[in-house]
Design a protein around this ligand. Structure first.
Ligand code: NAD
Length: 408
């Protein structure tokens, strides 16, 4: 059965609203984005032929500040997904207390099938259609799945041309030589480890320092999470990419894994580990599971087979409400995406702030601020969890909904 992420988002909010008896009218309003648009983008292909692509931008809520959220390029992007992701961004920004609302965008395209020139024309074409509704104090897009600092650079240039507004702050996630921030690349993965360490310190979940960790994914978020956790002395026992995973219960030597992936292009067949499938990775006998690749990987079908004591959601929306119910009944703690992966948007806020104020912070300054901001967010969520005796997810939603409602 196809799981609709927008329905998942609404179900998560309803549970929080019931638990904390939140204002019904405000909650009803929060279930729907303020606005979403669908645009058609004509692109001249290298062959000379014209092709029409479809793009979306959803602006969920701006009570706390400009709409903020990435733009993804994927062949399966659809309006419900973009609406759900914009909804999650409002809540994520509120949990981590950055002064932004929630937005998200996407284009239906497999970017690997386009040449660099076609990709640039598509990116500029999208901005030509949405520039009237974005801007540094209106809606601030960023990269997401399959979009890069280079793409943000093209989009910013096109925005400046179309609108006449020369501010660098309309897009974040830009490259360093084009107004980007130090520390952005590693922020999401590192932020996840900062949260993980707070969970251990708080004793909300009883875990030893040599706990075993399995991570699904080997991209931006997952590799920086793995690097930081490995450096801090944690034992990474499994990793995976789209072609499958590797597992060694004694721990993987991460430096050697990077060399292997670089030379072969895949994780599989790494010496000193056995090959496993992505679904086997999720069900390993580990202490900590970190889904950091895709949505809807933990569902009612596999939740009962999960053996981890703690799940740190680094991907957006990896757990369905059905799986959440199973985890709650088995006392498996889930650190929700809107808290665990909020390091990325924190640093996007720092980039926006630096652009708006013509400042340039060092990597150390950025990571120090990030660590303090994420630790505070964890403490605020824990307070709600203890107050309402609920899951981390429901506590995070209660905290965020209260903060948004206050501004509404
Ligand atoms: P990425 O493209 O850099 O990495 C994705 C990884 O997933 C790759 O290693 C890929 O091989 C792997 N993968 C693809 N298909 C798979 C499959 N079927 N099974 C297992 N692995 C598979 O993406 P990313 O930026 O690391 O983002 C990962 C997740 O984190 C997404 O859900 C994204 O929305 C979320 N996220 C990213 C950021 C950020 O700053 N990049 C911030 C917040 C949330």
């Amino acid at each position: 059965m196809q799981i609709n992420p927008f329905e998942t988002a609404k179900a998560q909010l309803e549970l929080a609203a019931e638990t904390a008896k939140l204002d019904k009218n405000k909650i009803e309003r929060l279930k729907y984005p303020d606005r979403y648009v669908e645009v058609s983008i004509p692109v001249k292909m290298d062959s000379g032929e014209q092709k029409i692509f479809t793009g979306f931008r959803s602006q969920h809520n701006n009570a706390r500040g400009p709409y903020k959220g990435g733009i993804r390029y994927h062949q399966d992007v659809n309006l419900d997904e973009v609406r759900a992701l914009s909804f999650w961004m409002s809540f994520k920004n509120a949990v981590v207390n950055v002064p932004f609302g929630g937005g998200k965008g996407g284009i239906i395209v497999n970017p690997k099938e386009l040449s660099a020139g076609e990709l640039e024309r598509l990116s500029r074409g999208f901005v030509q259609k949405i520039y009237p509704i974005i801007g540094p104090e209106t809606d601030v897009p960023a990269p997401d799945v399959n979009t890069t600092g280079q793409i943000m650079g093209w989009m910013l240039d096109e925005y400046q041309k179309c609108s006449g507004n020369k501010s660098m702050a309309t897009f974040t996630g830009k490259s360093l030589d084009n107004g980007g921030s130090q520390g952005r690349e590693e922020a999401t993965g590192f932020g996840g480890v900062y949260v993980f360490e707070e969970v251990i310190k708080s004793k909300a979940v009883n875990l030893a320092k040599d706990s075993s960790i399995a991570i699904q994914g080997f991209g931006n978020v997952s590799t920086f999470f793995a690097k930081k956790a490995f450096e801090s002395g944690y034992k990474i026992v499994a990793l995976s990419d789209s072609q499958g995973g590797i597992y060694n219960s004694d721990g993987l030597d991460l430096d050697k894994v990077f060399v292997h992936k670089k030379s072969t292009g895949a994780l599989k067949d790494f010496a000193g580990a056995k090959n496993i499938s992505n679904s086997e990775l999720l069900e390993l006998p580990v202490d900590v599971l970190v889904p950091a690749a895709l949505e809807n990987v933990l569902t009612g079908d596999n939740a009962a087979k999960i053996k981890a004591k703690l799940i740190v959601e680094m991907a957006n929306g990896p757990t369905t409400p059905g799986a959440d119910m199973v985890f709650a009944s088995k006392n498996i703690a889930v650190i929700p995406d809107i808290l665990a992966n909020s390091g990325g948007v924190c640093t996007s806020y720092y980039e926006w702030y630096q652009n708006m104020n013509n400042e340039s912070w060092s990597r150390e300054q950025v990571l120090e601020k990030l660590s303090a901001q994420i630790k505070q967010a964890f403490a605020d969520v824990l307070e709600q969890k203890n107050k309402y005796n609920c899951t981390f997810r429901t506590a995070a939603y209660i905290l965020a909904a209260q903060r948004i409602i206050e501004k509404m």
